[in-house]
Design a protein around this ligand. Structure first.
Ligand code: COA
Length: 333
């Protein structure tokens, strides 16, 4: 991070929303050949929430999470300058952030979507902080929301057991000190591994007398689980170490480690590599599975609600996923 930072940025409120329908591992075993024992020992997941209510979309969850974050601090939505919706499963390919802007009454806010899969929230938070550091905006709503249940192949047991649907939101506000604020960030991309995790678009040639018209549709999630696992446990610790050491902190200074909730074994392996006690890991994935861009703000909201994080605690947030992309944010709470 460059030292042109003029304003600090801090998270002043959180919110989240989950769908009503809970699907346990036992229920998954009626869909594909699997078992609670296999899923839990390989991933730490016990159950997930799926967006099955008719007429309810990922935008509705994102709106619910946003309203919670706003109401929690009795904020006037008209004071929000920017809304960033991190999602890879919008209900409108042109973007869904403007729907949030409308429904929450953020009449003065600019709104756009950001597509970066499971790293989406971290990249959204960093993007928001740039607008704040430069003094451009004061109040920014960052939402992470995904409904990957709409994009999994429900006959592929190696992927469909992993994902759940949810939304999480934070309000980032400018502040005048480096205390209680974002201290540093680090982002990386390895596009050469993009095939390891993707929802690719497939074209069908439609012959026409004068033109070749190509229209198609998106396929299901495809994933090389082993490679994604290896990538996460090797790259995420490096990103965290760099992000801390750049500001003269070490892993001993970390009070809370909040990683993208992909797999309990990944969380444990990253903490172990960093010599961070497992008591400092924030984890809720047994209840929700991998909720992609929503996983970090959902877990953060729960941690804040349960008064886990104290003022001045050093919180390390790290996201990783398709792209492949990964990144870290270090905050003093
Ligand atoms: N239930 C039962 N058996 C399953 C199964 C399921 N849900 N999914 C796969 N299997 C089987 C495989 O078919 C394979 O059987 P085989 O040995 O007879 O061929 C066996 O279990 C081992 O499969 P494998 O893919 O080697 O398992 P794994 O130990 O690598 O675990 C993941 C699979 C997906 C749990 C693991 O690779 C992982 O978590 N990767 C990271 C994925 C991730 O987090 N992605 C999102 C990142 S944002």
């Amino acid at each position: 991070m460059k030292s042109y930072m003029m304003q600090g940025a801090k998270i002043i409120s959180t919110g989240s929303a989950i769908p009503f329908a809970k699907v346990t591992n036992e229920q998954m075993s009626s869909i594909v050949e699997t078992s609670d024992e296999w899923i839990f020992t390989r991933t730490g997941i016990k159950e997930r929430r799926l967006l099955t209510e008719s007429g309810k979309s990922i935008s509705d969850l994102a709106i619910d999470a946003s309203i919670k974050a706003i109401d929690d601090i009795s904020m006037d939505p008209a004071t929000i300058d920017l809304i960033i919706l991190a999602t890879s499963s919008p209900d409108d390919l042109f973007g869904s952030a403007s729907k949030i802007q409308d429904k929450i009454g953020a009449i003065n806010a600019v709104a756009f979507d950001l597509t970066a899969a499971c790293s989406g929230f971290v990249i959204g938070l960093i993007t928001a902080s740039q607008f704040i550091f430069t003094g451009t905006y004061k109040n920014i709503l960052v939402v992470g929301a995904d409904a990957l249940s709409k994009w999994v192949d429900w006959s592929d047991r190696s992927t469909c057991i992993l994902f759940g649907d949810a939304a999480g939101a934070v309000i980032v506000q400018s502040c005048n000190s480096v205390f209680n604020s974002i201290l540093n960030f680090h982002l990386s991309t390895a596009g050469n591994y993009s095939d390891y995790l993707s929802i690719s678009y497939e074209e069908n040639l439609q012959p026409h007398p004068t033109l070749n018209l190509c229209q198609g549709s998106f396929k299901y999630i495809s994933m090389n689980g082993k490679e994604v696992y290896k990538f996460a446990v090797s790259q995420v610790p490096l990103s965290i170490t760099k992000c801390l050491s750049d500001i003269n902190l070490s892993t001993e200074d970390v009070d809370w480690l909040l990683l993208h909730q992909a797999n309990e074994r990944i969380l444990m392996a990253v903490a172990e590599k960093l010599c961070i006690s497992k008591d400092k890991i924030i984890s809720n994935l047994s209840k929700y599975g991998n909720t992609s861009a929503a996983s970090i703000p959902l877990a953060l909201h729960e941690a804040v609600q349960s008064n886990k994080i104290y003022r001045n605690d050093i919180l390390v947030i790290a996201g990783f996923g398709a792209g492949l992309t990964w990144g870290t944010v270090v905050m003093r709470w």
